[in-house]
Ligand binder design. Structure first.
Ligand code: URA
Length: 230
């Protein structure tokens, strides 16, 4: 239901007051200020006006998982273990993955039932840097950083990748920061130089850093502060 209709259906506001509340940015849905009267209120959305909670919504859940190699970033898979198999929480079927990783990629994976939070995290417009540690088959030359910062043309999607930052850590290892999440993006970037990625590990998504207390396969809930960073 539209938020203006939701609010005017309540006994406490008439339509004029609702218009004003929205213009004055006093209405929040799932923690986000809304001023557009068409904004959607769903069955489980939390709706607040100032500090009054008008609809409680379902508790939002956010987890950080250290994804091990050899599991699929999917909620179900007929053949392989999935990252959801590692999560032991009630109502698991309500959770989704914010930003997938390949089967053998390890590192930071975020899992939540909060759709607007995961959209903010993954949509390309947000331009949050995703930082990867990469090990390659052959030496990484100085031309890589230049090409990555210019952007690479991906014929399949007919697009040029956003500028990416490369920091060399050794002859065959580097830290790469990209703001998008195209299909197999990192492997395709190194593939441009016929250099195979041997190990790939996501260290960070924007301000959220993989907790080094988490061993591969372990997870923990995000703190209130971490959730608020996105
Ligand atoms: N890029 C890749 O190629 N694989 C991943 O898992 C993540 C980014």
């Amino acid at each position: 239901m539209r938020v203006d209709r939701f609010l005017s259906n309540l006994p406490c506001f008439n339509r004029k007051q609702v218009r004003l509340l929205l213009v004055e940015k006093r209405v929040r849905i799932d923690g986000k200020v809304v001023s557009d009267p068409h904004s959607e209120v769903r069955e489980f959305s939390r709706v607040e006006v100032d500090s009054d909670v008008l609809q409680v919504g379902k508790p939002l859940r956010h987890f950080m998982l250290h994804k091990p190699a050899g599991c699929v970033s999917a909620t179900k898979d007929p053949q392989h273990p999935t990252v959801l198999d590692l999560i032991h929480e009630p109502d698991k079927d309500e959770l989704h993955i914010a930003g997938r990783l390949d089967f053998n990629t390890t590192g930071l994976m975020l899992i939540t039932n909060d759709g607007s939070w995961s959209r903010r995290l993954t949509q390309p417009q947000t331009k949050l840097p995703k930082v990867y540690y990469v090990e390659t088959e052959h030496a990484i030359g100085p031309e890589y950083a230049i090409k990555f910062s210019e952007g690479l043309y991906f014929a399949f999607e007919d697009l040029t990748t956003q500028p990416a930052g490369l920091e060399l850590l050794g002859t065959k290892c580097a830290r790469l920061s990209i703001v998008e999440g195209r299909y197999h993006q990192v492997k395709r970037m190194f593939g441009h130089f016929n250099n195979k990625v041997m190990r790939l590990h996501r260290e960070r998504m924007g301000p959220l850093v993989l907790d080094d207390a988490l061993k591969p396969g372990e997870y923990r809930p995000l703190t209130v502060e971490e959730i608020g960073l996105i």
